[in-house]
Ligand binder design. Structure first.
Ligand SMILES: [Zn+2]
Length: 414
C-alpha cells in the first residue's frame, strides 16, 4: 500500500469518527435535557412542543449517523473497491480518450449517485418529516422533483463539465486560472437566472398582494434604503410545513421571497422584524463576502488540483489505474472534503457571527419584541431543539442556538 493511501484513509477515518462522535454527543445532550423546557422559554413553549423538538432532532441526528457511515462505504467502494476503475473501463468502451469520455464518466457516476441517494431521500421525507407532521410531498412529487433536478443538472452541468475538461486538456499550465474564470462566470449566470428561470421550475411564485403587509414592508425597505423589484410569495407548503424567507438574484432580478407557510404563521409586525434581519445580511454585505470567499477558495482548490493531477500517486494511491482529467476531477471531489472537514467550525463560526450582526441590524430597524416572538415561533414550528450539544452546535450550526440569540436581543430591548 502506498503512502497516499494511508494518508487518505487516515483523513477519512478521522472525519467520519469526528462526525459520529459529535452526533452521539448531540443525542445524549438532547436526551438529558428532554424532561424540562429551558427556563427562558417556559412561558412560550409547552413541554409537548419541547418533547417533539427533542425527538425530531434526535431522529435527524440518528439518520445523520447512518448517512455518515453510508457515505464512507460508498467512498471506499468507489476507490479501494475498484468502483471508479470499473466505471472508467465501461466508458473506455464507449469513447476514445478525450472530453467526451470524461463527460460520460462524470454523467455515469452522477447517475449512480442519484439512484443510490433515492432511498435516503425517501426515508428523510416519508420517514422522518412525515412522522413529525412536516411533510407535504406526495410520492409523485418526490419523483417528479428528482427527474426535474436531473434534467436541470444535465442541461447546466454537462456543458460546464465539458468546458472545464476541455480547458484542463487544452489550455496548458495556466488551465486552472481559465477554469476558474469559467466557474465564476457560470455561478454569476446561475445567480442571475435563478429567481426567474430556475426557481419557477419547482415552485409557484405570486406577487405579495396583502395591502397592509405590503405597505409595512415597503416602508421598512425605504427606511433601510433598499431597492427591490419584487415581493413574492412561494408555495413552500407544497413540500413542507417548515417556514422561511429569503433574498435572491441581484441587480434587476433581486427579489424577496416569503414562504406561504411563514406568512400564515407570523403576524405582520413579526414578518417585518424577520425581513429586517434578512435586510441586515444584505446591508452588511454578508452575501457578497460569502460569494467572494467561495470564489477565492475555489481558485486555491483549482490550483491544488492542477498540482495533483500530474502526480501518478494521486490516482494509484486511490486504486485507480487510469489517469485522466475527468478522473482527477472526480477523485478531487472525493478527497478534498475529508481534508477540509476540520475547517467546518471556522465556517460555522463566521455564519453565526453574521447571524448576530443581522440581529443587531434588525434590532436597530424593527421591533425587538417582535423579532423575539417571531424567532420563538419559528424555532417552535420547525421543532428545532433548544438544547443542542454545545460542541455539535459549534461545529455545524449556521445559526446560533435560540437561547443565545434571544438573550442577546433582550439586551437590546432594555
Ligand atoms: Zn440570518
Amino acid at each position: 500500500m502506498q503512502t497516499f493511501s494511508f494518508v487518505f484513509l487516515a483523513a477519512l477515518t478521522l472525519a467520519a469518527a469526528t462526525k459520529l462522535w459529535l452526533g452521539m454527543r448531540h443525542l445524549s445532550h438532547i436526551q438529558r435535557h428532554r424532561d424540562r423546557v429551558p427556563g427562558e422559554f417556559a412561558n412560550e413553549i409547552s413541554l409537548d412542543a419541547h418533547h417533539k423538538a427533542a425527538d425530531y432532532s434526535c431522529a435527524k441526528t440518528r439518520f445523520g449517523l447512518f448517512a455518515t457511515a453510508f457515505e464512507c462505504g460508498v467512498i471506499l467502494v468507489l476507490t479501494f473497491g475498484g468502483g471508479l476503475q470499473l466505471l472508467h473501463d465501461v466508458t473506455a468502451g464507449w469513447f476514445a480518450p478525450g472530453v467526451a469520455r470524461g463527460v460520460a464518466l462524470a454523467v455515469l457516476l452522477a447517475t449512480i449517485m442519484t439512484i443510490v441517494d433515492i432511498p435516503l431521500g425517501w426515508y428523510r421525507t416519508f420517514g422522518i418529516e412525515q412522522r413529525f407532521g412536516f411533510n407535504k410531498m406526495t410520492p409523485l412529487l418526490f419523483f417528479a422533483d428528482i427527474l426535474k433536478h436531473a434534467a436541470l443538472a444535465a442541461a447546466l452541468g454537462i456543458p460546464l463539465v465539458a468546458c472545464i475538461l476541455w480547458v484542463m486538456e487544452q489550455a496548458g499550465a495556466w488551465w486552472w486560472l481559465y477554469a476558474w474564470l469559467i466557474w465564476v462566470a457560470f455561478n454569476l449566470f446561475i445567480l442571475a437566472v435563478y429567481p426567474t428561470l430556475i426557481a419557477p421550475i419547482f415552485n409557484k411564485f405570486l406577487p405579495l398582494n396583502d395591502p397592509l403587509l405590503k405597505e409595512r414592508i415597503e416602508r421598512l425597505l425605504e427606511k433601510c434604503g433598499f431597492k427591490v423589484q419584487g415581493l413574492m410569495i412561494m408555495d413552500g407548503s407544497r413540500r413542507s410545513s417548515h417556514g422561511n424567507a429569503y433574498f435572491t438574484g441581484f441587480g434587476k432580478t433581486k427579489r424577496i421571497v416569503f414562504f406561504d407557510t411563514l406568512l400564515a404563521r407570523l403576524a405582520p409586525t413579526e414578518i417585518e422584524a424577520v425581513l429586517a434581519h434578512e435586510l441586515g445580511h444584505f446591508k452588511l454585505r454578508h452575501v457578497i463576502k460569502r460569494i467572494a470567499w467561495i470564489f477565492t477558495a475555489s481558485l486555491a482548490f483549482l490550483w491544488l488540483l492542477a498540482q495533483l493531477m500530474s502526480q501518478e500517486w494521486f490516482y494509484s494511491g486511490l486504486n485507480v489505474q487510469a489517469p485522466s482529467t475527468a478522473m482527477a476531477l472526480i477523485l478531487f471531489f472525493i478527497v478534498v472534503p475529508q481534508f477540509v472537514f476540520p475547517l467546518q467550525p471556522v465556517t460555522s463560526f463566521y455564519s453565526r457571527k453574521h447571524e448576530f450582526e443581522a440581529d443587531t441590524y434588525a434590532a436597530q430597524h424593527a421591533s425587538v419584541p417582535d423579532l423575539i416572538s417571531a424567532l420563538v415561533k419559528l424555532y417552535k414550528d420547525n421543532a428545532s431543539t433548544l438544547t443542542p450539544d454545545p460542541l455539535h452546535s459549534a461545529f455545524y450550526d449556521s445559526h446560533p442556538p435560540a437561547t443565545l440569540r434571544i438573550a442577546r436581543l433582550q439586551g437590546y430591548g432594555k
